[in-house]
Ligand binder design. Sequence first.
Ligand code: 5GP
Length: 191
Amino acid sequence: MKRSLFVISGPSGVGKGTLVNRLLQEDDSLALSVSCTTRAPREGEKDGREYFFLTKEEFSKRIGEDGFLEWDEHFGNCYGTPKEFVLRQLESKSVILEIDVKGALQVKNSGFEHTVLIMIVPPDPETLMNRLSQRGSETEAELEKRLERVRFELSQNHLYDYTVVNDDLEEATRALQNIILKETFRGDKHD
Ligand code: 5GP
């Protein structure tokens, strides 16, 4: 049985968070990496749960200390995977990273022995745009930037080990669980 990094990406609004929560609820051999960000918390978000919310100065200091497994900037804010936090979790569990495409590829190339990249995609872009618009936490301009990013993320799908379509929540959850099982018990090194 292998302890792995399961990196889950997908465009904003595709339902990654819901799927990841379901995986964590049903499998206690999985832990979630909590990223650091300089963006302000959205309503209902709690420090240390969705993200560790840092100031720009704190984030820069951590970069200087080589404290991130990877980091990236989106919409003027920085996001990073805290290295020590992930390595500590890996001592006893496989770890899920819910991060963007660039970060995912950095993690894949960071030399960790068993990293699996999984992309969650919407059944069709229109469904996703509806979901994004309904979130209601952004201005039109911010929404348009996010939609551009959706197009970019979907275009990087071929770089991933697996693609899961989030059409039906149950089916997508089962598909993810099957991938995790398969990768956890495979005998050879994944590359
Ligand atoms: P949001 O602000 O909607 O929570 O996230 C914006 C983007 O940041 C999403 O595409 C999300 O996947 C990405 N993101 C979240 N955490 C990290 C991280 O630790 N590293 C990187 N590279 N991207 C992240």
